[in-house]
Design a protein around this ligand. Structure first.
Ligand SMILES: [Zn+2]
Length: 229
């Protein structure tokens, strides 16, 4: 039994850190968000809701500046204040905002939201636990391996999720009569829009694959579905 104690400790530590991190993120979202009340965007989300055969899509404004969208495991969709401002000043269209909301709905529907809670502190917890373990068996390079494994796991998880959420959004936007066009045009704008986020946003908000690869994936879908927009 004594032999396994360090392993059990490491696992317990990781679970506790993860729980605290999820709780913190939810508390932060509750404290810093209000329900979106924008007639033009409401018309868009109503079209998405109709296509999904649900009453409404719960969209909230999250009061931070970096441009981003995110989904909570309970189904709430958050658009950052910075992103909404881009819509208000005409840099992003209502249809493009709808494509972000559809993408986040994809994360909820496909069950990604909970996994995405493995945010920066969640990753740190995992890294610390792995280090505790690996250092016992392989001193010195244990820490390095723990770092690499954590990074690999986190980016693997998020990359696959992004493509799946994009595909879900493409199908939903097509069904809602909005089309894939706004999704692609937003990706073209995304690079400029997100420049200011470096260093301010938790890591789990920034885990997006390369824009051109996401556009290529969408174009492959269009070919497969035989649609043009
Ligand atoms: Zn995403």
């Amino acid at each position: 039994m004594l032999r396994f104690t360090p392993i059990l400790l490491a696992i317990a530590y990781a679970i506790v850190m993860y729980r605290i991190s999820v709780w913190r993120t939810h508390r932060e979202l509750d404290a810093k968000s209000t329900e979106l009340a924008d007639p033009a965007l409401k018309r868009m989300t109503d079209r998405l809701a109709a296509a999904l055969e649900i009453d409404r899509v719960p969209v909230y404004i999250y009061e931070i500046d970096p441009v981003n969208g995110l989904a909570a495991a309970d189904g709430r969709i958050f658009i950052t204040r910075g992103f909404y401002r881009k819509f208000l000043n005409g840099e992003v269209s209502a249809e493009e905002m709808a494509s972000v909301i559809a993408h986040e709905l994809g994360h909820v529907a496909l069950g990604h939201a909970r996994r995405r809670m493995i945010d920066f502190s969640g990753q740190n917890a995992l890294r610390a636990a792995l280090m505790m373990l690996l250092n016992r068996f392989i001193p010195f390079i244990g820490a390095w391996i723990a770092n690499m494994l954590t990074h690999l796991l986190a980016s693997r998880l998020s990359r696959g999720d992004e493509y799946e959420a994009d595909e879900y959004a493409a199908a939903l936007l097509t069904k809602a009569g909005i089309g894939i066009g706004p999704q692609k045009s937003l990706f073209h704008k995304l690079e400029n829009l997100t420049q200011q986020r470096a260093g301010v946003v938790p890591a789990w908000l920034m885990s997006h694959p390369k824009t051109d690869e996401r556009i290529a994936a969408l174009e492959a879908l269009e070919q497969r579905w035989g649609t043009d927009g």
